[in-house]
Design a protein around this ligand. Structure first.
Ligand SMILES: C[S@@+](CC[C@H](N)C(=O)[O-])C[C@H]1O[C@@H](n2cnc3c(N)ncnc32)[C@H](O)[C@@H]1O
Length: 225
């Protein structure tokens, strides 16, 4: 279990010397970078009640992207959302509760915390009939090897800055992300570092810089052609 530190009001990792989300806010970042960057609302609205949609995230962290995506999803469609997230350093329940005190659907958070079993490396949690989380408690590369090829619609890339955590953005990780993505799968991240763009492109994704969020001039979106 990793010890979460609050520094200047922001959740901070001593292991990686980095913050978990932008100062402008975890939910605002989730909306602007990951949900809008992957056009989740329009894609959700195009699905029917029997359909299923797969999102994969590198770095579950505090689960802010997951929770905010669940909200956006349940307001937009009756289709099922299967969210897979990978996390090597889980946090304590009290950290999630502290970070999400203002989250409007405490029932979702409580259900998540009740069902999350960190003794397992691979847990499938059904939050309700529409929303599920597959939580892979492992290093990113090992966890990716457990995901079926061509199964993922959307990738959220959120693994601390590459200068602090290069492994999360390495070419082998990008190649695995490409393998698990469906054709036409999209990706988004706040990170525009040239090495990340280079590794994603070398793996086969077509990436582009687009307007960024809050104090970031640019962010990255991409597609598996
Ligand atoms: C920026 S935080 C993610 C924030 C998160 N997406 C959220 O919505 O709260 C990055 C996360 O990546 C995790 N991480 C770092 N290196 C990893 C690795 N090699 N494998 C799996 N997870 C890793 C960290 O422990 C951290 O929780």
């Amino acid at each position: 279990m990793t010890q979460l530190i609050w520094r200047d009001g922001l959740p901070y990792s001593e292991t990686y010397d980095d913050i978990y989300h932008a100062r402008a806010g975890a939910y605002a970042q989730a909306e602007a970078v990951f949900i809008s960057g992957n056009d989740i609302i329009a894609r959700a609205q195009a699905l029917g009640p029997g359909d299923e949609f797969q999102i994969l995230e590198t770095g579950f962290g505090l689960g802010s992207n997951f929770l905010q995506t669940c909200l956006a999803w349940s307001h937009s469609t009756q289709a099922r959302l299967c969210f897979t997230s990978i996390e090597k350093h889980p946090l304590a329940s009290s950290d999630y509760q502290q970070a999400h005190q203002l989250f409007p659907h405490q029932d979702l958070l409580n259900s998540l915390l009740e069902k999350l079993d960190l003794r397992l490396t691979d847990t499938l949690i059904h939050l309700n009939s529409q929303l599920s989380l597959r939580y892979l408690h492992a290093d990113v590369l090992w966890a990716l090897s457990k995901i079926s090829s061509g199964s993922i619609d959307v990738l959220y890339l959120d693994g601390f800055a590459p200068s602090k955590n290069p492994h999360m953005w390495s070419l082998p990780v990008c190649q695995e992300l490409f393998r698990v993505a469906k054709p036409q799968a999209s990706l988004a991240t706040w990170c525009v570092a040239s090495l990340v763009r280079q590794n994603l492109s070398e793996a086969g994704f077509v990436v582009q810089k687009v307007a960024g969020f809050a104090d970031k001039k640019e962010m990255l979106t991409g597609i598996k052609p």
